[in-house]
Design a protein around this ligand. Structure first.
Ligand code: CP
Ligand code: NVA
Length: 301
């Protein structure tokens, strides 16, 4: 694995070994004396806001002996129109790896091509692979694994999280049900690209909630979609995770949210607080999963 551009490009065994490495790193945190990235500098180029992704990468890089170099995309010449390929050519000669959060997936792909250093997608409009790997780690911890499980995604099924879940389902073979209103279901072009996968799309909440082991949601207004907020909140309102939805799921089902959460919108305050332990365990797992990603990329250089 030279880069992490999306879940789409990974194989089942790459996903599984990243999750297994994350389990090991989590168990040994604080006891390791090695610094596998000692002396390195990794650039973090962020065009969008972040709490979890930024902090977990900065902490993970520090724990591995590397220095994170946080670059707000608007503060560097990228923000004034310098092309991504020139930015990549410059950074590729100076830093050891790049972690990029932006809008267009092509920017991350181009950075990897031109920079020739390990490049990580820290969220684009297309995918959020780091989040999915942390989510799979949480499912492994809480449910013993994903085999034979049904994951249901409620809300904006056409966002980065919905798409990354669809690729995870295709590669790993677990059932994914996406409950979304027609206008927020995965686009036809995406479903064609996905091909055969155990993914069901529905606008019926009860179909998604029934026999479900993981109830998953994300904001209804992803970064960059703020102008559509009014319409989105109206159309997506029936797709909230609340106590009635949770009551329909399997006994022992977990509630997951990639965060940040908007209480009273995609999830009720009551459910978020009742399930905060499993949701914030998921947030903590960003650190362990991303350390596994950093190690895998460093090894394949
Ligand atoms: N879930 C997630 O990526 O959180 P941040 O936007 O805070 O990084
Ligand atoms: N779909 C959300 C995820 C935030 C972590 C967004 O892109 O804003």
């Amino acid at each position: 694995m030279k880069h992490l551009l999306g879940i789409e490009q990974l194989s089942a065994s790459e996903i599984e070994s990243l999750v297994e490495k994350a389990v090991e790193l989590k168990a040994n945190r604080g006891r390791q004396t090695e610094h596998p990235l000692a002396g390195e500098t990794w650039a973090m180029i962020f065009t969008k806001s972040s709490t979890r992704t930024r902090v977990s990468f900065e902490v993970g890089l520090n724990e591995f002996g590397a220095r994170p170099l946080f670059l707000n995309a608007n503060d560097v010449q990228l923000g004034r129109g310098e092309p991504i390929k020139d930015t990549a050519r410059v950074l590729g000669r100076m830093v050891h790896g790049a972690i990029i959060r932006t809008f267009d997936q092509e920017d991350v792909v181009n950075f990897a091509d031109y920079g020739k250093i390990p490049t990580i997608n820290a969220l684009t409009d297309e995918e959020h692979p780091c989040q999915i790997l942390a989510d799979l780690l949480t499912i492994r911890e809480k449910l013993g694994g994903w085999e034979g499980k049904k994951v249901s995604f409620f809300g904006d099924g056409d966002c980065n999280m919905g798409r990354s879940w669809a690729w995870a389902s295709k590669h790993l073979g677990f059932e994914l049900c996406i409950a979304a209103p027609t206008e927020f279901q995965p686009a036809d072009e995406f479903m064609t690209r996905l091909g055969n996968a155990p993914v069901t799309i529905t606008d019926d909440m009860s179909v998604a909630a029934k026999d479900c082991d993981v109830l998953y949601t994300d904001t209804w207004v992803s970064m960059g979609k703020e102008e559509e907020a009014g319409e989105r909140l109206k159309v997506l309102a029936p797709f909230q995770i609340n106590k009635d939805v949770v009551a329909t799921a399997n006994e022992g089902a977990i509630v997951q949210h990639c965060l940040p959460a908007y209480r009273g919108k995609e999830i009720t305050e009551e459910i978020l607080e009742a399930r905060q332990d499993e949701i914030f365990q998921q947030a903590e797992n960003r650190l362990h999963a991303q350390k596994a990603i950093l190690l895998a990329l460093a090894k394949s250089r």
